[in-house]
Design a protein around this ligand. Structure first.
Ligand code: UDP
Length: 345
């Protein structure tokens, strides 16, 4: 007889802004699995309704004060997690207004509602992009913050605002500086689905499944052992696990903090491609292309602060395991593209 694990029912309701997106949808699932009540707010500009596996769903914009007014009067939120942001570095350079409007201005609207309704616990998706070109690797949280594009600046602005709001309004926040989020739900229910897709692992797997004819390798003349860029890939469920720990800490009266989330080990683009060939058992067609603007040679996290302070222990730290979960999802996507409509390319 299989044992059915019933989660303890929690009284707290958590608002997940951007809960239909890649990381947000995994967070919603994990919160539900932990017995929390969850409300997802997402405008579905880039997210997918079918990725939200439970709880209440509200379609709308986080920058809409009237909608937030209705939401915050309708629910007594114990905490808010904010995943909704634009994430394409290149686009942030060509259209910074889009990034400052969504990632910064809209976040102010959310923070205003939190202040008005005295919701004091906030978890914010920040990024390794706040550091800019690293001076030292692995990167600790105290590394200077020199973002080199509007995307990174939009994240750093909010981090600084949150520090001020803590002092002035007692709003406690945890900012997570993600390195390279990757992988998918181990059960295969949800995964990554961006349009357009720009991230290495999904693109490599789309080339493996035949959804793309080939994958471009952006530069092999970097100052790294094999000449390709090194990144720190971290499983999406491990990211969510860190959010859960941070939420518990905030709910128990913990103070504001900022943490790197990465595995502390780097893999080159070539190593990722080789691992993907091992996992899929397929040859991945690769063409070498020029460097992509703004790519540092090496980005690796020192995540020891999250280990020490939150007790964070990544469960899926092996690159092949991360790719295995992403491959399971890619095979599903390749089979059910119509379910996601023409949003999938
Ligand atoms: N990359 C690549 N081909 C692609 C996409 C990415 O060679 O089609 C490289 C990119 O130049 C970087 C690494 O893969 O060195 C990770 O890029 P990604 O966009 O996944 O994440 P980022 O590090 O930019 O956040």
């Amino acid at each position: 007889m299989t044992e059915v694990v019933v989660p303890a029912v929690r009284q707290e309701t958590i608002l997940v802004v951007g809960g239909a997106g890649y990381i947000g949808s995994h967070m919603v699932k994990m919160l539900l699995d932990q017995g929390f009540r969850v409300v997802t707010l997402d405008n579905l500009a880039t997210g997918h309704r079918q990725s939200v596996l439970g709880g209440d769903f509200v379609q709308g914009d986080v920058g809409d004060p009237l909608l937030l007014e209705r939401l915050f009067t309708g629910y007594a939120f114990a905490g808010v997690m904010h995943f909704a942001s634009h994430i394409q570095v290149g686009e942030s350079v060509t259209d910074p207004a889009k990034y400052y409007r969504n990632n910064v201005s809209n976040t102010f609207v959310l923070l205003d509602a939190m202040r008005k309704y005295v919701v004091r616990h906030f978890i914010f998706s920040s990024s390794a992009a706040v550091y800019g070109e690293p001076l030292v690797v692995p990167i600790t949280e105290s590394h200077p913050k020199n973002p080199i594009n509007p995307y990174g600046r939009s994240k750093w602005i909010i981090e600084e605002v949150l520090a001020d709001y803590d002092l002035a309004y007692g709003l406690r926040s945890v900012c997570f500086r993600y390195f390279n989020a990757a992988g998918a739900d181990p059960g295969g229910a949800i995964g990554e689905c961006h349009t357009p897709e720009t991230h290495l692992i999904p693109l490599v797997l789309m080339a493996a499944s035949g959804r793309l004819p080939q994958v471009k390798l952006f530069g092999e003349d970097y100052d790294t052992p094999d000449g390709t860029c090194i990144r720190d890939y971290v499983h999406v469920n491990d990211l969510c696990q860190a959010h859960l720990l941070a939420l518990e800490r905030l709910l128990q009266g913990g103070g504001s903090a900022a943490y790197n989330l990465g595995n502390g080990g780097g893999f080159s683009v070539r190593e990722v491609m080789a691992a993907a060939e091992r996992v899929t058992g397929r040859k991945i067609p690769v063409v070498v292309a020029p460097r992509r603007a703004g790519d540092p040679a090496r980005l690796v996290a020192d995540a020891s602060l999250a280990h020490r302070e939150l007790g964070w222990r990544p469960q899926f730290s092996e690159l092949e395991q991360i790719i295995r979960h992403a491959w399971q999802w890619e095979q599903k996507l390749a089979g059910v593209i119509s379910e996601f409509g023409n949003k999938v390319r």
